[in-house]
Design a protein around this ligand. Structure first.
Ligand code: ADP
Length: 424
């Protein structure tokens, strides 16, 4: 069907998060890895293109996003969403502002809004200041981020150096008066030439008000939560049927594999909890992988019944990770683990696995790439921001769920498998 909303996300797990929230509406959402080379076909009402451009050089990010916009326009979309992180991760050079400005120029849009709030995850904006839980952004752990340290909390001040046209604010007092008031405030700012408008939001209701006010804008920008109300608003407006039919789960063999390359605290607890269920497990050691490759793990997999959904993990405690990194270097330690999990994913698929549970943002990228997956249709959520996805891999239908870092509860791996079983 014709695409109603075209979305561009600046990283992979952010794209899955956005796609999952849109799919909560029950409408069909499709996620593409990168700008597809082929012309749009078999498009969904909601199309999300996942890029990896958060910290690329500005010109590269702009070019990629413009190519994504062009593809989405060819898919029929007339409204667009530029999705970035709810902590506004960017440097003084960009890329949030320059991309927004380039997309506005291509679309002929005089104004856009910036609203990274995600109240469910503790991200709120008040008087233009972004909070992470109870802390200001610049006082939160984001101040020490290795690539995008956030040293100011004020979104108007953060966006100003990234764009060429004036920036402004619609504050919470206006948002509290409803969508008509927000629309009027935006129009008044536009008449004054204000092109980039930060909008306050501290609760989901605020996002509903803002989405309603801006639902016909050519371009909205923000975190994933701002997009959540859009499917129902579009259905109300008659732009699409309320029931476009969500994803249908293909008929899948039960055989499954769980792969974990994340060392985040929650993933460590999830690996322990899954091991305690008695599921077969195999631990990857980066040093062994560096010297001998994944042969032992592949041999182990070949002897497993995939009906028992075995777990292969490199997940380790921080001191073990540091030891491996000291021996191999940070990059090489990551690479050997990612390469091994990628090979194991392929071996499992060849052996009949059709259900893949993957933990780790980078790990998800490596596994998806190895499985040759370039498109995902979004299914039921396992945890907030973590949906099951359906795809084709090696000529077969597969289901895959991709969980980054600290997402999900301790029982995530087992929950994911039973959630898929319940889904029709
Ligand atoms: P998260 O989403 O938790 O950040 P990622 O998959 O994005 O997880 O990142 C984890 C990184 O750590 C990956 O590059 C992975 O290959 C690497 N890694 C996993 N296990 C180990 C280990 N035992 N020692 C060193 N590096 C590891």
């Amino acid at each position: 069907m014709t695409t109603v909303l075209g979305c561009i996300a600046d990283d992979f797990t952010g794209a899955t998060d956005l796609a999952g929230l849109l799919a909560r509406s029950g409408m069909k959402v499709s996620l593409r890895m990168g700008v597809p080379e082929e012309a749009p076909s078999d498009t969904a009402a909601f199309e999300v293109i996942a890029l990896k451009c958060r910290t690329s050089p500005v010109a590269e990010a702009v070019a990629e996003c413009r190519a994504a916009l062009d593809w989405l326009q060819r898919a029929g979309a007339q409204r667009f969403f530029w999705k970035y992180c709810s902590t506004f991760d960017s440097t003084a050079e960009g890329n949030i502002g320059p991309v927004a400005e380039a997309l506005m120029a291509d679309l002929g849009a005089a104004q856009t809004i910036y609203c990274p709030a995600f109240p469910e995850n503790g991200r709120s904006i008040y008087m233009g200041n972004l909070f992470v839980g109870r802390q200001l952004l610049a006082e939160s752990p984001m101040k020490d981020h290795p690539l995008t340290p956030m040293r100011d909390s004020n979104l108007v001040r953060l966006i100003e150096p990234q764009v060429t046209r004036p920036a402004g604010l619609v504050d919470r007092l206006t948002v509290a008066r409803g969508s008509q008031a927000v629309r009027e405030a935006l129009d008044a700012l536009r008449a004054d030439g204000v092109a980039h408008v930060v909008v306050d939001a501290i609760a989901d209701e605020d996002l509903g008000v803002i989405a309603k006010a801006c639902r016909n804008d050519l371009l909205m920008t923000g975190g994933s939560a701002l997009a959540m109300p859009l499917p129902h608003l579009y259905a109300e407006d008659g732009l699409m049927a309320a029931d476009t039919g969500g994803a249908t789960k293909p008929d899948l063999a039960r055989d499954a594999i769980v792969l974990s390359g994340s060392c985040s605290a929650m993933t460590r607890a999830q690996v322990a909890a899954y091991s305690a269920t008695g599921a077969p497990t195999f631990r990857l050691d980066p040093l062994t992988l560096a010297s001998e490759g994944p042969a032992e793990a592949l041999d182990w997999i070949s002897r497993q019944s995939l009906d028992a959904a075995p777990l292969v993990y490199a997940t380790a405690e921080p001191d073990q990770v540091r030891a491996a990194q000291a021996e191999l270097g940070v990059a090489r330690a990551g690479e050997v683990v990612e390469a091994a999990l990628a090979e194991i994913a392929i071996a499992a698929r060849e052996k009949g696995a059709r259900r893949f549970v993957v933990a780790g943002g980078e790990t998800s990228g490596a596994v998806t790439k190895a499985l040759g997956i370039d498109r995902l249709v979004i299914g039921a959520e396992v945890a907030p921001g973590v949906p099951w996805c359906f795809a084709r891999s090696g000529g077969a239908d597969v289901a895959i769920t991709l969980k980054s870092g600290n997402f999900g509860k301790e029982s995530f791996f087992a929950d994911a498998l039973s959630r898929l079983e319940e889904t029709s």
